[in-house]
Design a protein around this ligand. Structure first.
Ligand code: GLU
Length: 444
């Protein structure tokens, strides 16, 4: 090949200075697909990879709003429309103080491959704002969402770009965003997913990311002749993804012993089950973004300012945010007997941690493990187009089928002796479909 991999990465870094999370996400994919790319002159001639790392469109805008004291606040809004080769741009909106263009570009880039893996007709996109719902009142969140949508509405649509939730954007925010879109366009359409059940939402969507992640982990375990029943699991985060994962792990006979937040982690050796799982919903609705109250409520141990990876477990499932498992955490997990890590957060492990897992335990990346969330978003779009609602069993059966197929794709493209390289499997599996579609659609 004319360009070598180092030159490719150097070019990317030169063109996108300081976008570290984006570089990390691209490097991982490029390393996985480079050999395959090298054997396909058709892709090289069409500069498929060079085009894939350039978003089709980036929209950035001012979001002014008025807080409860009457003071004017200004945030920045974004939508990164990354790749529409397979369908309308699709991906969540993240509202969090840490949001930058680099983070949304990494998420939009990952989303393209994740959505491809689901087999549903969805391109990749991501958006959000540096607005933090933490400590805000309902009225403030509503006014922010309305102002955000007052600009975003002209760029999206059910056949163009269909946003959904992510960190800081749940059912409440989707409701306010949808209301404003409907008002501005005078149209009731499936322009967002994660909607309420009474107004176009899909059953299982709130649980889908967590459920799907556990279905995926079960497939990894079954391949090794094991099962999740009887296994101890550590989970990070306490939001929607953690909640769905914990519910499903309990149902399948596993035991979850940790949760975490920006304030630290809780260790509940009895297991997080029953009322304790419902309590997570209260904790999230409080808008305080801390887990410590769980420890007070249920007499569990709280460890301030630390992550849960020092707790000995059989399985780890990060469910919070990017780079939440570093090399030191990875070594600690393996040393304490953890044999499998299924990443439910997007890019939950640093590149160093992923490298360490490669030679030690079974590890699968977020773009495969957490694809159940966007998959059920895709099913919500189908139901909206048909103007019907499928029953719970139907959505769950489709989700299970999709997670099974994603696992098969990873096994198919990721064979590495007796082991499966899930990183390579997910990246190559996701890449092939997007590449073929881009090739067929010409230089656009
Ligand atoms: N934010 C979720 C993700 O990372 C869901 C996106 C969607 O449903 O469109 O995949």
């Amino acid at each position: 090949m004319k360009t070598d991999i180092n030159e490719f990465i150097a070019n990317l870094e030169r063109r996108t200075p300081g976008e570290n999370e984006f570089h990390q996400a691209v490097e991982e994919v490029v390393e996985s697909v480079w050999g395959f790319y090298g054997k396909n002159p058709r892709y090289q001639r069409a500069k498929i990879l060079e085009r894939m790392v350039e978003p089709e469109r980036v929209i950035m805008f001012r979001v002014p709003w008025v807080d409860d004291r009457g003071e004017v606040q200004i945030n920045r809004g974004y939508r990164v429309e990354f790749n529409s080769a397979l369908g309308p741009y699709k991906g969540g909106l993240r509202f969090h103080a840490s949001v930058t263009l680099s983070i949304l570009k990494f998420l939009g880039f990952e989303q393209t491959f994740k959505n491809s893996l689901t087999t549903l007709p969805m391109g990749g996109g991501k958006g959000g704002s540096d607005f933090s719902p933490k400590g805000k009142t309902d009225g403030e969140i509503m006014r922010f969402c309305q102002s955000f949508m007052t600009e975003l509405y002209r760029h999206i649509g059910p056949n163009t770009d269909v946003p959904a939730g992510d960190i800081g954007v749940g059912g409440r925010e989707i409701g306010y965003l949808f209301g404003q879109y409907k008002r501005l366009k005078n149209e009731f359409t499936g322009v967002l997913t994660g909607k309420g059940l009474a107004w176009g939402g899909s059953l299982i969507r709130p649980e889908a990311t967590g459920f799907g992640a556990v279905y995926f982990a079960q497939h990894m375990l079954h391949r090794l002749g094991k099962d999740i029943a009887g296994q101890t699991v550590s989970v990070s985060g306490f939001g929607n993804v953690a909640w769905g994962a914990i519910s499903k792990i309990n149902e399948l006979g596993g035991k979850v012993v940790t949760l975490s937040g920006p304030d630290g982690y809780i260790y509940d050796k009895e297991g997080i089950a029953g009322d304790k799982v419902d309590y997570l919903l209260e904790l999230r609705a409080s808008n305080n973004d801390i887990v410590e109250p769980y420890a007070e409520e249920f007499g569990a141990k709280f460890v301030a300012d630390k992550r849960p990876w020092e707790v000995p477990v059989d399985i780890a499932m990060p469910c919070a945010t990017e780079n939440e498992v570093g090399l030191v955490d990875a070594k600690e997990l393996v040393k304490n007997g953890c044999t499998l890590l299924a990443e439910a957060s997007n890019m939950g492990c640093t590149a160093e941690a992923v490298g360490y897992f490669h030679n030690t335990i079974d590890y699968a990346p977020g773009k495969a493990v957490n694809a159940g969330g966007v998959a059920v978003s895709g099913l919500e779009m189908s139901q909206n187009s048909m103007r019907i609602n499928w029953p719970r069993e139907e959505v769950d059966a489709r989700l299970q089928g999709i997670m099974h197929d994603i696992h098969d794709t990873c096994v198919n493209y990721g064979k590495n002796g007796a082991k499966i390289d899930y990183v390579k499997g997910a990246n190559v599996g996701g890449f092939v479909k997007v590449a073929e579609a881009m090739l067929a659609q010409g230089v656009v």
